[in-house]
Design a protein around this ligand. Structure first.
Ligand SMILES: O=C(O)CCC(=O)C(=O)O
Length: 335
């Protein structure tokens, strides 16, 4: 079935009052942002779905408020919609409420009783969740920084749990293919999260990153989680786009340079697997929740060849990493 046929079927189902179809269609039309009209139509479908009791629709409204789709991020509204989603029985929303409120169940999960949701919402202190630790300077040329305890362990565990079911062979940048290509230079797996796959935990992580680097979230590419089994690796490469290559130059013109690479170590029970910088003969790794970030450009905003780096293979255990590439202009996903 082609995409348009599918769209027509969804529209037909939505017009018959199918709540699931209204939710899917609303999310899809908003995410595609094909035109102002279809965006508004998408919002209308989503509102109708919410009024009919769709927790998934409520969660998507939460995401839109945390993204700042109407101009400004609004965490209070976002958390209120998330609470509504949880009260409508949408399990991922209830689990996120538990994570934000730091309330793990006795069995080590984030499954909360619906009766506890409203009380947990009251315990969430968004200002505390957005407070940032100090960053340490690891190197000045290239500019490499480390932030210990950047992310609480429960957020790391959530991201691993979200990534695990959909891991696929990681791809490398290739200007001729939209999603890049498989290559022997990158043997690990990864998952990337588009607008339709965002949740408030991921948006909280992006917001913390945006605060620490001083750039808005709309310059961020889709966030990814990377996974390495023992022996898998991401060979030496640059993250910046090379302005001397015409396709890269066009990419820079449209969306800006990849200024910063921001990596969060989501676990620590492995050996080896450092992020290595061969040109400066250094390698670094973080404890669980620690972040390693580096500017891919020098102080004059020119690509910095000293940022050549690699994800070394684990010699024991598996490595999980959150990876965020940050542009100098609205990223391809946000343009
Ligand atoms: O796995 C690592 O430590 C490095 C990841 C990396 O090179 C990248 O995301 O560009």
């Amino acid at each position: 079935m082609n995409v348009n046929e599918n769209l027509e079927q969804q529209k037909a189902a939505a017009s018959r009052g199918d709540i699931a179809a209204k939710t899917t269609l609303g999310k899809r039309m908003i995410a595609e942002r094909a035109s102002r009209k279809s965006f508004e139509e998408g919002q209308m479908f989503l509102k109708q779905a919410l009024e009919a009791g769709s927790g998934e629709a409520a969660e998507f409204f939460a995401v839109l408020h945390a993204v700042g789709i109407n101009g400004q991020q609004d965490w209070t509204q976002a958390l209120d919609y998330l609470t509504q989603a949880a009260l409508l029985g949408w399990k991922p929303a209830a689990q996120q409420i538990a994570i934000f409120a730091d309330k793990m169940d006795e069995d080590g999960t984030w499954n909360v009783r619906q009766a506890d949701v409203a009380a947990l919402r009251k315990q969430i202190d968004i200002n505390a969740l957005l407070r940032l630790p100090e960053r340490q300077i690891l190197c000045e040329a290239p500019r490499i920084r480390k932030v210990e305890d950047f992310l609480s362990h429960r957020f790391c565990d959530w991201m691993i749990a979200r990534a695990r079911p959909t891991l696929a062979r990681a791809r490398t940048y290739d200007e001729t293919v939209a999603d890049g290509k498989e290559s022997e230079s990158r043997t690990n797996s990864s998952v990337s999260f588009s607008l339709l796959e965002l949740d408030l935990v991921l948006l909280l992580i992006q917001t913390r990153i945006s605060m620490i680097v001083g750039l808005p979230i709309f310059v961020m590419e889709n966030s990814s989680v990377l996974h390495y089994h023992a022996g898998q690796q991401f060979h030496e490469h640059y993250d910046y786009l090379d302005p001397s290559k015409p396709a890269h130059a066009e990419d820079i013109r449209r969306f800006g340079q990849r200024l910063i690479t921001f990596l969060i170590y989501l676990n620590e029970d492995f050996e080896g697997a450092e992020t290595s910088f061969p040109k400066i003969d250094q390698k670094f790794r973080c404890k669980k929740g620690g972040a390693l970030l580096f500017a891919n450009v020098d102080v004059e905003d020119q690509p910095d060849p000293n940022t050549l780096h690699a994800g070394l293979p684990p010699t024991r255990g598996e490595k999980w990493l959150f990876s965020q590439w940050i542009r100098s202009g609205p990223s391809p996903e946000n343009s």
